[in-house]
Design a protein around this ligand. Structure first.
Ligand code: ATP
Ligand code: MG
Length: 378
């Protein structure tokens, strides 16, 4: 079976690694260069979307910021899962917020802003504080502005007006600021027969808007049920096939959806060591029509992103339950270069091993891990 992935980054790479034992071979289409590449070696296999489509049994995507013309060409082939509508809903916050409203899932109140009148009306109707997000191209907290103090409104509007002037297709979505207790995400798969299998909710810690640590541990069945109900509502509305991730705010035990990602997700990387079938294999199973695998948590596992570094102390590999995953990328400040998965038989043991790992890692490259360890409730 041949699967074409739109995007040639680490998610395509990890799908390739997970697909090999099932005889699923992955090629990746780089939407920026028009090259078809091998996702592990980046070796060029060919050029042109039409060739890539012709050679594939199934087409999927590893990211959502893909030109609509490319999505439509893939859709017309009849091979594309989860399909153009789902990818667009993940890549345009206007479509995403409208989708969430249609599915009646709780989410921060919002208003789409195209001009100064919209901006003023958002402040009046939604109140402050507000968070403003670019409709297109936002990721890792980029393209966001916050407004707490009404005295700053004019200055902020100037910045946003300059931003809007750069691209006629852009807009800004204003959202009510949610005072949450913590951030959680659900990674789950829906098969073409409608079957859904969800991994346990994962607790996510961000540093400067970028995911730093995800923790998978036994989770409250009430919260898990809330999350799965929202997942089903969204996945059914999109007639979704594949892995879909949903980011939530936990507000005193009630979940609100922050955003969706129509693909495998950084907060699901722990499944490589903490579950029977990882999210990458699960996605491939779903889009190729194979039965979905077991999603139960086998052992508490946490994932730490490696940002902007291409080495870690060799000694960390001596820790029990530690797995290192590099993405083979060239080093750039802040770039997602790899991740560490750490598993243990119990949460107490995981915390003890996390403490040892923190001692071995350079604090400058891995900030705030100590605080995150202290925040893990027993
Ligand atoms: P990524 O793609 O890395 O998940 P992103 O750029 O798509 O990030 P969001 O997830 O929407 O952006 O926002 C980044 C972070 O900003 C969130 O993880 C959360 O901490 C905070 N945030 C976003 N929206 C709100 C909100 N309405 N209220 C409070 N905090 C928010
Ligand atoms: Mg996010």
């Amino acid at each position: 079976m041949k699967v074409l992935v739109l995007g040639a980054g680490q998610l395509a790479r990890m799908m390739s690694l997970a697909g090999a034992p099932l005889n699923i071979s992955i090629s990746a289409y780089d939407v920026n260069t028009d090259a078809i590449v091998h996702p592990l070696t980046q070796h060029k296999l060919g050029t042109g979307l039409a060739n890539a489509i012709a050679d594939a049994d199934v087409i999927t995507a590893e990211f959502e910021h893909i030109p609509v013309a490319i999505l439509e060409q893939c859709q017309q082939s009849g091979k594309f899962l989860p399909g153009s509508d789902a990818i667009q809903a993940g890549g345009d916050r206007r479509l995403e917020k409208a989708l969430l409203a249609r599915c009646s899932v709780a989410s921060a109140g919002y208003k789409v802003i195209n001009n100064e009148a919209d901006f003023k009306q958002a402040i009046t109707s939604l109140g402050l504080p507000l968070i403003f997000k670019s409709a297109l191209e936002g990721y890792d907290g980029k393209g966001q502005w916050r407004l707490k103090d009404p005295a700053q409104a004019d200055m902020l509007w100037q910045q946003m007006a300059d931003f809007l002037a750069t691209d006629a297709k852009q807009a800004i979505v204003a959202e009510q600021f949610i005072g949450f207790n913590r951030e959680l995400s659900l990674v789950a798969a829906r098969a073409s027969n409608g079957e859904v299998k969800a991994y346990p909710l994962t607790e996510n810690h961000h540093v400067n808007g970028v995911l730093s640590v995800s923790l998978a541990r036994p989770v409250s069945s009430t919260l898990q049920a809330q999350a799965e109900q929202m997942f089903s509502a969204i996945a059914e509305e999109l007639n979704y096939v594949g892995v879909l991730a949903i980011e939530f705010f936990d507000v005193d035990g009630t979940l609100m959806v922050n955003e969706i990602a129509p693909r495998v997700h950084n907060s699901g990387h722990w499944t490589q060591q903490g579950a029977d079938v990882c999210q990458f294999e699960q996605h491939l199973r779903a889009v190729t029509g194979l039965p979905l695998g077991n999603t139960a948590l086998l052992r508490p596992t946490l994932m730490i992103n490696i940002l902007g570094e291409d080495t870690t102390p060799a000694a960390i590999l001596g820790l029990a339950g530690l797995h290192l995953h590099w993405y083979g990328k060239t080093k750039r400040p802040g770039r997602k270069m790899g991740h560490i998965n750490l598993s243990a038989d119990s949460l107490a043991e995981l915390k003890a091993h996390f403490a040892k790992l923190i001692d071995l890692l350079p604090a400058t490259a891995f900030p705030e891990l100590e605080q995150m360890l202290n925040q893990i409730a027993d």
